[in-house]
Design a protein around this ligand. Sequence first.
Ligand code: PLP
Length: 486
Amino acid sequence: MSSAHITFDTTGDKIARRVRKMRSSAVRDLFAAATRDDVISLSGGMPAVSLLPVEDVRAATLAAVESPEARAVSLQYGPTNGAPGLRAVLADMMRDLGIRVKPDQILVTTGAQEALSLIAEAFIDPGDIIITEGPTYLGALQAFSAFEPDVRAIPFDDEGMRMDLLEEELKRIGKGNPRLKYCYVIPNFQNPGGVTMVAERRRRLLELAREYDFMVVEDDPYGRLRYDGGHQVPLKAMDENVIYLGTISKMLGPGLRTGWIAAPESVLARINLVKQGADLCGSSFDQIIVEHYFKDIPWQKTLQKFVAVYKERRDTMLAALEEFFPPEATWTHPEGGMFLWITLPDYMDTDSMLAEALEAGVTYVPGNSFFPDGKTGRNSMRVNFSFETPESITEAIRRLAKVIEDRLELYRVFIEAGALPGYDRKEAAMTDEKTPTPWEEVVADSEQNEEAVMQAREGNAEQIDIAEEAVRDAQQAAAPAEEAAE
Ligand SMILES: Cc1ncc(COP(=O)(O)O)c(C=O)c1O
């Protein structure tokens, strides 16, 4: 007979306060589910590494191990700021984006993710203010949260972060506020929104940065994955003080954990100190492979292949959304990158709907994961189009549409009966231009609505009928009084 084995967590009360507050990334949590055979994953941000020519990968890898000289470098500790050869290659590559930096103004990191964490560690004390787009990259929120910042999320529209709302927020924060540290933006094909910041707003952001004295962190993992439209000048090319983050994850492969920070030397000196404490140096082995790949191999050819494949997948997703999604849904039309952002009516909750989606064999990332409060954006979701084949994308969107449609149907019953708390159908129909509802209200309403729908689900159709009838009776009883009032 086997004996039950119970483990008590004896470390619970010893965990640091800041770690207790940290949330696990929804994408990481979905990783296991997403690899199930019967599930089509629209949740990750994974590049299609199967497109990489095996010969190129082999040649770059061999370069790191073939000769004793190469092994003496690739298997050894390296400098904290990264292999000098790689830094020179990265400085060269940035030139065609219009960015001019010297190799000494680059620090190689273990992916751009480490850069986000190092920057926060170097600059953030508890309560310091970071401005981000809202929604923003959830890995950034995770990295920042360890240092207990006060994150202010500024909404975007089709042209990127709303500068009018940023300015309003800056006025609230006040000029010369020592707590205001930096603004973190993803100007190209934003994750999760898919939107790109237009030139005028880029200029305005830099003006505001000078006026209100904050640093700008420009995260650009997707800049070279453009499918339509013209190249936008990076913030870093407009102002050398910008802290620019690059990564090879979306051009080569995230398995080679290699990213970089291009910043003024005074900034890098601080970050270098923090990195020494974190890992002494990044993987020399990865760095040598990456150096050879971008120096000796025609990588642009492979990049073009990525671009062609992703463009087709994006177009497939947009066409499937048009075909299958209900008219209540809207979505962004990214000119590049890997994601688009879907918005459903504000009474929907994509967080709780995820269980139904998984059951139907499709995953996405609920919108609230991308907001600092973990609540805002509950009626939205991020979907990825880079990883699955066009056939799977179409099927995934068809499945997702069905899940949404099933929920909407239930809500429609309530809306028709005028019984959906927090949602006035007549008022919604009357206002052509929808005034944005304050986020707190949307959150409160969607929580209430969710509960109503859950109760209905737990009951049966008969109970819904009874509820509807009760609502109708109440409306009829109220009608004469309303008429008299008119
Ligand atoms: C906006 C953004 N920044 C940073 C990263 C992290 O990239 P890396 O693989 O270089 O750590 C990602 C990954 O998806 C991302 O989307």
